[in-house]
Design a protein around this ligand. Structure first.
Ligand SMILES: Nc1nc2c(c(=O)[nH]1)N[C@@H](CN(C=O)c1ccc(C(=O)N[C@@H](CCC(=O)O)C(=O)O)cc1)CN2
Ligand SMILES: NCC(=O)N[C@@H]1O[C@H](COP(=O)([O-])[O-])[C@@H](O)[C@H]1O
Length: 304
């Protein structure tokens, strides 16, 4: 089994960006090495940022780039009594499926085991009788049909879907085998908060028409020696959003599409649970070039 996932890329370069600090500029370019764990950062505006037990940061002349440590977050956590883990609130999740829902089930099992600090409050599907919807009903998770079609006349419109998700106070939306285009209304309502898993190493073998076995057949036909799942943030087009995580598996010379699909799917389940844990613990940060990266849980000095 270990052979299947050859490696997952890891880097200890440290970047982060806080979009709220737009007009703050800093004189020296400090690297994380030069910054003691607890220090003060004097800004040209004369404002001091109190930094304590602080994951390393990289600052540049243009803007403050910083992670907020979970300790700091504790001071800002909202309502009393919310289930906090290391000062971080449990996140409300929605999942979108169209088929069997094995990724959904893998993440749900990780929630039940305590690995993921979140909870599924609603499932959205375009097929009311798919396996994912059946699993949701068996586990007391409400099911919403989207979009409205001839075959699913009780489906919601895009605006009604946004309104429905707002009532659940959803923090993140996870697409897991959902085969319809997510509308711009939802993307605008949940900026940088919608993730998708795709069964190839994007940007290769993605886009309209690339789903399910079609992806694996294209990979095999191309002669590619490696494949693997990608998790990315969702934008208006199929599979073009910012990549957050990937895993690599070998493509064997006599692989059928079904054999490759099964090898990739096993890595999908592991990777999506890890990524769900990271977003629920607020360990995803944004590099200054807009690339999202995950801070390692065991070693906050490492990112991937
Ligand atoms: N706005 C976005 N919506 C969706 C994305 C996305 O990245 N941005 N990802 C897809 C998931 N996906 C690949 O990961 C994907 C799903 C479906 C298709 C596709 O070609 N669908 C067919 C219809 C298939 C059907 O109805 O059975 C089509 O649109 O003609 C491509 C990629 C989820 N949504
Ligand atoms: N382009 C989208 C796409 O092909 N998604 C793929 O559909 C499968 C869903 O399986 P699941 O329903 O058992 O999670 C997964 O392999 C996922 O990567």
């Amino acid at each position: 089994m270990a052979m299947e996932a050859l490696f997952s890329v890891c880097s200890n370069s440290l970047f982060s960006a806080n979009q709220n600090h737009k007009n703050i500029t800093l004189s020296p370019f400090l690297t994380s090495d030069s910054l003691p764990l607890s220090s003060q950062l004097k800004l040209q505006t004369g404002v001091y940022l109190k930094l304590h037990d602080f994951p390393p940061l990289v600052v540049s002349r243009k803007k403050v780039l910083k992670c907020i440590s979970s300790h700091e977050r504790q001071e800002t956590s909202s309502d009393e009594g919310e289930s906090l883990k290391n000062g971080v609130r449990r996140k409300n999740l929605a999942v979108f499926v169209s088929g069997g829902g094995s990724n959904f089930r893998a993440i749900h099992e990780a929630i039940l085991s305590g690995e993921v600090h979140g909870r599924f409050l609603v499932l959205v599907t375009n097929k009311h009788d798919c396996g994912g919807a059946r699993y949701a009903r068996e586990n007391g998770i409400p099911v919403i049909i989207y979009p409205s079609t001839k075959n699913e006349p009780e489906g919601l419109s895009s605006n009604d879907l946004v309104a429905a998700l707002n009532t659940y106070k959803i923090d993140f939306i996870l697409l897991a085998g959902y085969l319809k285009l997510i509308p711009s209304e939802l993307i605008q309502a949940y900026p940088n908060s919608i993730l998708n898993i795709h069964p190839s190493l994007l940007p290769a073998f993605g886009g309209k028409g690339y789903y399910g076995q079609k992806v694996h057949k294209a990979v095999i036909a191309s002669g590619a020696r490696y494949s693997g799942p990608t998790i990315h943030f969702v934008d208006e087009n199929y599979d073009t959003g910012r990549i957050l995580a990937q895993r690599i598996v070998p493509v064997l010379v006599n692989d059928t599409a079904e054999e490759l699909a099964a090898r990739v799917l096993r890595q999908e389940h592991k990777m999506y649970a890890e990524v769900a844990a990271a977003i629920c613990e607020e360990r995803v940060i944004w590099r200054e070039d807009g690339v999202p990266i995950i801070r390692n849980k065991a070693n906050p000095q490492h990112y991937s």
